[in-house]
Ligand binder design. Structure first.
Ligand code: GAL
Length: 727
């Protein structure tokens, strides 16, 4: 039997490089995922996370070994480590974004206590990608992803690749490539796989006789599946199937059945096709880092980011800039139908042969880990924005094609005419438009970003222009037949080095702030949602009469997927307006740009804004903004009302100072203080001086069930209270 056991609990942590002579009592108990230091959300020095730390875990084997081998699997630790069991070194790893495993068996104490020690180097090592030159993001430190203990039979499944073929014909096929590793003498048995539909019913299986010579690895292909009618994986209906394996009488992968989907994803010269249908790609780049906790976000926060991208921002693709991201994030992309362009770690710099060797290992680890995700449609096998290097990139492309012949490659470049060794020409286009492609297929992988940094509390005109730049570029991308789509820079503001950003260690390039709370640009993306999903009506204004140049609000920009909008000033009706199809002829839902409204100085009374959206003549949505300018309420909203009491689970706790209609007051910087009662911890700055009228903390579970109450206070407003159950 194979068993995989979560190994995140009961670690001990010391923020230094210490030997066995330092007693456990000087360590701190922690649960993974773990950041080596909790930081403020900005205004810190990246040197603060750059140190060597020591993790220990005392354990007894949770199950008898019964002749099996026992491995420890790390999903990721930043950035290099050496691992010891009971004082013996079992392995080392370089690179913070891909998984690694070590065989513990030879040094295990099977009946007594064991001590696993990790010496983790989180310094920005120039010999490991992305480092060697400046980098526009932070890597942070810690064992920041999950760890598992895995028991396997001597002869066991090591790798699996599920390939769905001919899915658009009436004879779709399934091929499963299985790599068996035999750590014992020659053996042979039936090797099989069963396929289950989304309701958990077995729909088909295939098996073969597999003989595996002693002490070797051997690859087999199962292709005798008799597939019934299948449901395709698509953006609207992301149907997933699962597969379970056996070898002989023993189930080899029994828990967490592997998920996959039937879909055909291909970039052609005239566009990207999903299941034979052309889909224009509209996306955003995502960094995996969060305020306070670096990259050490548990499953719930990872999944939430995918939901924000798909449901709140309405995009259909995300680029995992600039490295492979959490399996939890990718699993959620599979579940909700969000396409992914995943790329290897790196940023503008190519190191020496050893450094390049780590990159080749990263290519392999990324593809072997992730090639079963239906959401992933493209591998990025070039260091983001690096110079041409024919030998290096010929090798990364060849390796990607060998490990996954079903997917195309891209390689993100930022200069025209660079050598095109991949299948898709992926280009960062900072021209503030979309240039006609030199090569096809062509995908714009970044735009905007540093060309127009914008804070959530910047003056309104800048925030509107920021949003309109995204709108214009997406409009242009739709217009160009030979451009498959555009992925904007970027989804969320992110922490960075002092050479980049606004000097406070943040790049304010997001369509939302670092807490994932929207700026107007996020409203533009949201407004491209199909109105059948929900009508969207978002005036891009704070509705103040003297904040913009020359006074008033001219033009009034509204992001909406409605056919028409009606605008009121208090009770007074200004008129009904169509979207600005002249300026945005290609977008499914052009912004409304309403010019020449004479407001306060046109003899009108200064009054609330009310915008009503119409679809097919019916009023379907409304938005109001107050003119009072006086804080109405402090709101406190957790994303979840229940957490797992596992010592690691977290949810975001959003707080805002709002007007009577729930709009944040963008220039409010009052101090908000928090008190928490019950079995949980608040992560973040407390008290917090608001910026842009909104921000967030995180609530982190302890290993105790119960009710958690959080109270937020600020002068002159009523107390706000939130409750979360820890289960
Ligand atoms: C690009 C780079 C991104 C980010 C962006 C800012 O050149 O690939 O990582 O730095 O610029 O606009």
């Amino acid at each position: 039997m194979r068993s995989v056991i979560a190994f995140n609990d009961d670690w001990l942590y010391y923020a230094g490089d210490v030997g066995a002579d330092v007693p456990d009592s000087q360590f701190q108990p922690v649960t993974l995922p773990h950041t080596n230091v909790v930081l403020p959300h900005h205004n810190f020095d990246n040197a603060e996370y750059q140190f060597i730390s020591t993790y220990r875990k005392h354990f007894r084997l949770p199950e008898a070994r019964n002749g099996r081998r026992v491995y420890v699997d790390f999903d990721g630790a930043m950035i290099a480590c050496e691992v010891f069991l009971n004082g013996h070194k079992v392995g080392e790893n370089e690179g913070g974004y891909t998984p690694f495993s070590f065989d513990l068996t030879d040094y295990l104490n099977e009946t007594g206590d064991n001590l696993l020690t990790v010496r983790l180097d989180s310094t920005e090592r120039p010999d490991i990608p992305p480092y060697g030159n400046v980098v526009d993001y932070l890597t942070f430190g810690g064992i920041y992803r999950d760890v598992k203990l895995r028991y396997v039979e001597l002869c066991h499944i090591e790798k699996v690749f599920v390939r769905t073929l001919d899915v658009l014909t009436d004879k779709p096929r399934l091929e499963i490539e299985i790599t068996m590793r035999n750590q014992g003498p020659e053996t042979g048995a039936e090797l099989g796989a069963s396929i289950y539909n989304a309701d958990g019913e077995e729909v088909t299986f295939s098996d073969i006789w597999a003989s595996v010579p002693g002490y070797s690895t051997e690859t087999f292909v199962l292709n005798g599946f008799n597939l019934p009618q299948i449901s395709l994986w698509s953006l609207d209906t992301p149907t997933l199937y699962s597969v379970k394996f056996w070898f002989g009488s023993e189930v080899q992968i029994s828990e967490n059945p592997l998920q996959f989907g039937f879909r055909e994803a291909v970039f052609r010269d005239d566009g990207f096709y999903l299941n034979g249908k052309k889909v224009k790609l509209r996306g955003l780049n995502r960094h995996q880092t969060y305020p306070y906790i670096g990259a050490a976000a548990p499953a719930r926060l990872q999944r939430k980011d995918a939901d924000i991208l798909k449901d709140e921002f309405g995009v259909n693709i995300v680029r995992t800039s600039h490295y492979p991201q959490s399996p939890h994030f990718l699993n959620r992309c599979d579940e909700i139908g969000l396409l992914v362009f995943e790329e290897i770690p790196g940023w503008q710099h190519i190191g020496d042969q050893d450094w390049q060797g780590i990159t080749l290992r990263d290519v392999q680890a990324m593809i072997e880990r992730d090639r079963n995700h239906p959401s992933i449609i493209l591998w990025g096998v070039r260091i983001n924005e690096s110079f041409d290097n024919e030998a290096f990139y010929t090798a990364t492309n060849a390796l990607a094609h060998k490990l996954d012949p079903t997917r195309q490659t891209g390689g993100v470049r930022n200069f025209r005419g660079s050598q095109f060794l991949e299948d898709v020409y992926t280009y960062n286009d900072f021209s503030n438009t979309v240039l006609e492609p030199d090569f096809t297929p062509h995908l714009v992988t970044e735009f905007n970003g540093h060309m127009f940094p914008t804070k959530a509390w910047d003056q309104e005109e800048r925030q509107v222009e920021h949003a309109l730049r995204h709108a214009r570029i997406q409009d242009k991308a739709v217009s160009l037949e030979r451009v498959t789509g555009a992925i904007g820079w970027c989804a969320f503001d992110y922490n960075t080095h002092q050479e980049f950003g606004s000097g406070d260690r943040i790049c304010y390039h997001g369509v939302s702030d670092i807490f994932r709370l929207p700026k107007f640009a996020a409203y533009f993306y949201e407004s491209q949602l199909d109105p059948a999903i929900r009508p969207v009506i978002r005036p891009a204004t704070f509705w103040t009469m003297g904040d913009c140049s020359e006074g008033g609000i001219n033009p009034l920009v509204i992001f909406s997927n409605c056919d028409e909008v009606e605008v009121f000033f208090g009770k007074e009706r200004f008129g009904q307006f169509p979207p600005d199809r002249a300026a945005f002829p290609h977008l499914p839902h052009p912004p409304f740009v309403i010019k020449g409204l004479s407001l306060l100085w046109g003899g009108h009374t200064y009054d609330d804004l009310r915008v009503v959206g119409y679809i097919n003549g019916q009023a379907v949505a409304e938005h109001r903004i107050s003119t009072r300018g006086v804080p109405h309420a402090l709101t406190l909203t957790p994303d979840d009302t229940e957490l797992y009491a596992d010592g690691a689970d977290m949810t975001r706790l959003v707080f805002k100072i709002v007007d009577e209609y729930g709009n944040r007051l963008p220039y409010t910087n009052q101090v908000v203080s928090f008190e928490l009662e019950g079995p949980a911890e608040l992560i973040g700055e407390n008290p917090f001086a608001l910026m842009g009228g909104q921000a967030a903390l995180y609530v982190k579970a302890k290993r105790e069930a119960g009710t958690v109450t959080i109270r937020a206070t600020t002068p002159r407003l009523e107390l706000a209270v939130a409750t979360i159950q820890m289960r």
